[in-house]
Write a protein that binds this ligand. Structure first.
Ligand code: ATP
Ligand code: MG
Length: 441
């Protein structure tokens, strides 16, 4: 019983995952692609704290949302010396924090800013495939720009990322939410539509009918499909300016051969979201099919207390993107060192370590044999076995014979079947570096 308790304590928190090698290599690979791509679009990295004042998310996400109503990890901090308690929350998303930082540091003073982030987010949801309590988002935000060309730029950036990653199984859905006045008119009609069919609504929808009716369109309940599909469409309430914004976006997407479909049910149920909203969706991940979601939020900055400025952005779910890549057939190779150093006994270590340091300085990936015990380096046979499973292309052998002659042997480990392994001898330590040059070419 006591033991069981200890084991339970040592397990990760439900819905929170360890990302272990070799899988972590896929994460680094993806992050590397993202960094390169963000630079090509002139988006700069921003890193905000994981903890923020709870109030930031209440204002920045909205009180009548799943996140704020039931998913946040919030706690009261210990009191400081004045006896005040801070109410803190682990960020459930990063947009509110970015807006806070941009406002706090007056970053829009000289014009717009293009920013991107990567990192863990926290939501207390029911864990399942593609849905975790600690999950990771990569997001891009363009603040201070009002035109649809920036909405388009962000969508093109995401499409370029899918291309870089080799991800093909997605589709782009777009919609326009118009402006608050237009939505107010739509909302009135929407509420009377849902009131008329109130008996077809589920409990959550009924609860949201007057607080956040737009969000009902977003339901995942199949029983409500008909009532939602027959609901008045937001697009029919948009004025000329909103429609022109949407048209410009679509024209740019078309010019770039980016296919999109109009999804009238695609909404963000909060007043500070407006105009463009979009999602990248796949059918290959079951219910968790949205891999990236975004839109314009021209009213959020002032909602959080900043000087009004337009903004648009998206966030992708890293776990879902990686899962989709796996579904399509894995493309990321497990990393292997170039060289595994086989070391006959401890007396060879000083010379070996010097040679290996030179190789590493030359950019070669080197794994040095290391023993689990202090009394022996292990047999040559077991070392070669480890060299083989490491995936290295070559074993560098620091053996007794070689050392007596002041040289190092190189054994190729990845030869075609039946071809003989020519063991090369490097005469001097300097030859190791010269040999390394041939490795890189
Ligand atoms: P969903 O409808 O799937 O709950 P959402 O609208 O709550 O998504 P956003 O807040 O827009 O999601 O977050 C952007 C992206 O982050 C989502 O499209 C998804 O890929 C990912 N994401 C959101 N919540 C989770 C989670 N709990 N676990 C893993 N990924 C998530
Ligand atoms: Mg959600």
């Amino acid at each position: 019983m006591a033991e069981k308790l200890t084991v339970e304590k040592l397990a990760a928190v439900k819905g929170m995952n360890d990302i272990l090698p070799p899988d972590s290599a896929r994460w680094e690979w993806l992050e590397g692609k993202v960094r390169t791509l963000m630079a090509r679009y002139a988006y700069r990295n921003i890193r905000t704290p994981i903890l923020e004042h709870t109030q930031l998310f209440v204002r920045g996400i909205g009180e009548v949302t799943d996140i704020v109503e039931k998913e946040m990890y919030s706690f009261e901090d210990r009191s400081d010396k004045h006896g005040d308690h801070d109410h803190l929350t682990m960020r459930p998303e990063n947009t509110a924090s970015v807006v806070r930082a941009v406002t706090e540091h007056n970053m829009l003073y000289e014009g717009g800013k293009r920013l991107y982030y990567m990192g863990p987010m926290f939501r207390r949801e029911r864990p399942q495939r593609g849905r975790y309590r600690q999950f990771h988002q990569i997001g891009a935000e363009a603040l201070g720009y009002a035109g649809a060309e920036v909405d388009a730029e962000l969508i093109l950036l995401a499409v370029a990322l899918w291309t870089e990653l080799g991800l093909s199984d997605w589709r782009l859905e777009i919609n326009s939410l118009g402006q608050p006045e237009e939505r107010a008119q739509h909302r009135a009609q929407l509420v009377s539509h849902f009131e008329q069919y109130a008996d077809l609504l589920d409990e959550e929808a009924r609860r949201r009918l007057h607080s956040n009716p737009l969000r009902i369109l977003d339901t995942k309940n199949p029983a409500m499909k008909a009532v939602v599909e027959s609901a008045p469409r937001l697009i029919d309430f948009l004025g000329a300016q909103s429609l022109a914004h949407f048209e410009r976006l679509k024209t740019i997407l078309d010019a770039n051969d980016v296919a999109w479909t109009l999804n009238h049910r695609l909404v963000r149920g909060l007043d500070y979201y407006n105009l463009t909203v979009f999602e990248f969706v796949t059918d290959r991940l079951g219910a968790q099919g949205t891999i990236c979601a975004g839109g314009r939020y021209d009213y959020l900055i002032e909602q959080i207390g900043g000087k009004p400025a337009p903004a648009v952005g998206w966030a992708l779910g890293v776990e879902r993107v990686l899962e989709l890549l796996k579904e399509q057939g894995d493309v990321v190779a497990t990393p292997a060192p170039d060289v595994y150093a086989v070391i006959s006994d401890a007396s060879a270590l000083p010379v070996a370590s010097l040679a290996l340091q030179r190789l590493r300085a030359a950019g070669i990936h080197v794994q040095m044999h290391a023993s689990a015990t202090t009394d022996s380096m292990g047999s040559m046979k077991s070392q070669f076995k480890k060299a083989d499973t490491s995936g290295a292309r070559f074993a560098l052998i620091f053996g007794a014979d070689e050392l007596a002659q002041g040289c190092v042997a190189v054994k190729p480990l990845r030869l075609e079947k039946n071809s003989t392994a020519p063991i090369q001898t490097l005469q001097r330590l300097d030859d190791v570096v010269t040999w390394a040059d041939t490795l890189r070419s």
